[in-house]
Design a protein around this ligand. Structure first.
Ligand code: TXA
Ligand code: MG
Length: 333
């Protein structure tokens, strides 16, 4: 691909106007959301959307999330039923993505939805993202702004490490608040299913739906994968060892909570997701600390046990992907 001059834009009115103009003319602009930074393009412009896949080096055309500023804009793209309206009212703006039937007149490019008859939509809870979406006036397709196979970026610097020279701009809105991606809930034929755990806990979704919510097919399975190949797209270079009961010689430690696992004193590097054992704080720190410890250059990274409740479900999901055996060309979201 041709090398681009990547601009770092600030969140002033001028920065937002410049970012909106780039998006409106088919450019690629990374933007902050409350979860992670997204790599945005005009979702109605197939060529711009193709640029996303090219910049990320994504091996397959995974469907993308369309970002809009409010529920009214979302209703112009997809068909809501009583359950999806309740979920949208409860969690938008916020880290919930709804997968809904596309409206027949939905202007989102087929490339952005990978030819599916459903559309993933979300209203992000970030002042910069919302100002930008309002200024563009079109849905913005945005996967996480990392190269395929890397962890999701939670700062503008992370974005530039992966995508400098490959995108037109990044709007620097500082570190993201939630730190893991949105929870993806499909609502079709009146039934809600969780496709990806994320920034909103299952219990909160179930409280709004008023019933237990089952898992649907994992969202990464939407694009066909070779049999037996696990997706490892949150993959650091180091091997990741989960639920480590003790630390082995030469390992780095990603700790959680006040009590270090046995052998912690011999870890070559230590970071703690949340010394207080707070899962919200841990989610916000997850990707940054994975990157930092991976940068310490050890071959193995031990991760302390993290409870599976609340945001712990999403944290454990991302760590399991980081620990998954690597397959060349694994689907990289
Ligand atoms: O928090 C987030 O969701 C971030 C920020 C930038 O909004 N975005 C994000 O996008 O994580 P991405 O592309 O990295 O992950 C989107 C996931 C993919 O696993 C994709 O397969 C799934 O959403 N997805 C998109 N459209 C879908 C559809 N119509 N049906 C099922 N899954 C879908
Ligand atoms: Mg991603």
């Amino acid at each position: 691909m041709r090398k681009k001059q990547t601009r770092r834009l600030d969140t002033s009115g001028e920065g937002i106007v410049a970012a909106a103009a780039l998006l409106a003319s088919g450019g690629l602009v990374a933007l902050p959301t409350e979860t992670v930074y997204g790599l945005g393009a005009d979702a109605t412009d197939g060529a711009a959307v193709a640029g996303i896949y090219e910049a990320k080096g994504r091996p397959s055309f995974n469907p993308l999330i369309a970002h809009v500023p409010d529920l009214a804009s979302a209703e112009r793209l997809a068909l809501f039923d009583p359950i999806s309206v309740r979920l949208a009212n409860a969690f938008w703006p916020g880290p919930l993505t709804l997968v809904l039937p596309r409206r027949p007149d939905c202007p989102v490019s087929e490339l952005a939805t990978a030819g599916l008859d459903t559309l993933a939509i979300r209203v992000p809870d970030h002042p910069v993202a919302r100002r930008l979406l309002e200024a563009v006036g079109r849905p913005v397709a945005a996967p996480s702004a990392n190269r395929s196979g890397h962890v999701s970026p939670t700062t503008a610097d992370h974005v530039l490490v992966d995508l400098d020279g490959r995108i037109d701009a990044v709007v620097d809105g500082g570190p993201t608040r939630v730190g893991v991606e949105s929870t993806i809930v499909a609502v079709t034929d009146g039934v809600a299913r969780i496709l990806r755990p994320g920034g909103i806990a299952r219990a909160a979704i179930e409280a709004v739906v008023g019933a237990p919510v089952a898992d649907g097919p994992a969202s990464d399975d939407v694009a066909p994968l070779a049999p037996g190949m696990l997706t490892s797209h949150y993959a650091p270079a180091a091997r990741v060892r989960l639920d480590a009961a003790e630390i082995l010689p030469g390992e780095a430690l990603l700790a959680f909570g006040p009590v270090p696992p046995p052998g912690a004193e011999r870890a070559v590097a230590v970071m703690n997701l949340s010394p207080a054992g707070d899962l919200v704080e841990a989610a916000a720190n997850l990707f940054g600390m994975l990157r930092a410890l991976d940068g310490a250059g050890t071959a193995s990274l031990a991760v302390a046990p993290i409870p599976a409740e609340g945001l712990g479900e999403a944290i454990r999901d991302r760590l399991a992907r980081a620990a998954a055996p690597r397959g060349d060309g694994a689907s990289g979201a």
